[in-house]
Design a protein around this ligand. Sequence first.
Ligand code: NDP
Length: 450
Amino acid sequence: MTLTVLNPATEQPIAELEQAGVEETDEAVARAKEAYPAWRAVAPADRARLLRRLATLVEENAEELARIESQNVGKPISGARGEIGMVAQVFHFYAGAVDKHGGETIPVAGGVAATFREPLGVVGLIVPWNFPANIASWKLGPALACGNTVVLKPAELTPLSALRLRELALEAGFPEGVVNVLVGKGSVVGQRLIEHPHVAKIAFTGSTEVGRLVMQGAAGTIKRVTLELGGKSANVVFEDADLEKAAAAAPYSVFDNAGQDCCARSRVLVQRSVYDRFLELLVDATRGVKVGDPEDESTEMGPLVSAQHRETVASFVEGEPTFRGDVPDRPGFWYPCTLVEATNEDRVAREEVFGPVAAVIPFEDEADAIRVSNDTPYGLSGSIWTRDGARALRVARATDAGVISVNANTSVRVQTPFGGFKQSGFGRELGMHALEGYSEVKSVFISTEG
Ligand code: NDP
């Protein structure tokens, strides 16, 4: 069956692709399985060389990749360039990590015990549509570095950058069968990968709902699973914060990528003593977000990914919001920057909107801030705004989330572990921690008795 890929900023088709089914999935897994013994035997320094070459090819083709990503997701070209830059950095990082991820020797009686890190085999990578190339690289880099072969399934809406990355991997010299990409439905290709007896692990990023299906499906073959799921993170603004700085940054933690970001700080928690002042600043800053044509260099927010997703986002905003921005009068799945004053019990504060909608919620004091911030089934990221360093650390430690920033609104760095607490998933991507999710520890005992 053919898949028509749209540009969300024009609603026009930009590609027609053949979709894989169960048979093609089995063939891709068989190719990856066949390529595995030779690939795991490649010397670490040679795997590093290929990853470094891939990173360089991404850099050389960065503008093309950024345009593909911008047109397929509707994201502003300036942001897409940054994301492709990160893809290259990720491959460079794991090229450097390949031969630094070893085992240990452990003192035991009668000999020497050593641990080794062994690859898993064929790994299925299932990625979403919000940061297609970026999230694919977070999985490809450590998976390949550890000596696994992969079958990557991009989201149906946004398969184009994954296909181009596969071409670049072949050009870099990765052997045939090591990097496979399948365009097809999650319910068909994804489901088959999850249940396939020759797939050793699924690394999944997407909704919590599908994350549950991944866990269920993986049970049959005791597959390893890492899950990076949804979030409902908080921007916690204390009365002693630099309010201007916090208000200027807050919109970009919700409206970047049109809010289609698992790390979006979509709950803005504000201490009641500065609530009115901060809200004023926040409205002004939100009014300043430049929404428009993703190809325009100055655009900060593009459309949502699809018409269906726009309907979902709209369903969260009932009545007249505190602030609603403008959208361009042209085709495209536009949705305005929206601020809603809410309580933490409202649906807009409990469920992941995955759109440019922020719920602004007052709190009383530090204990109340921690209580409200943690009163969510999710636990992915969050920000704390305060000038009191001890408070920043206390609140950061008390927050049930995997990634916290203080006086900043970013979550992702190539070198640092990224992942969730609670229903935001488990396992860590990026940094050296990611390598643990793509390898098994083997313990070997060598007797020294004569
Ligand atoms: P999904 O979780 O449905 O999609 C993520 C990936 O999983 C896609 O590649 C998808 O394929 C695949 N998939 C879907 N169903 C299955 C299945 N049964 N078995 C295996 N793989 C499957 O997310 P959506 O794209 O539908 O987005 C829905 C909501 O999820 C968003 O509104 C947001 O709240 C959340 N989300 C969170 C993300 C995050 O970064 N944590 C990323 C994306 C979404 P296909 O494209 O074919 O459906």
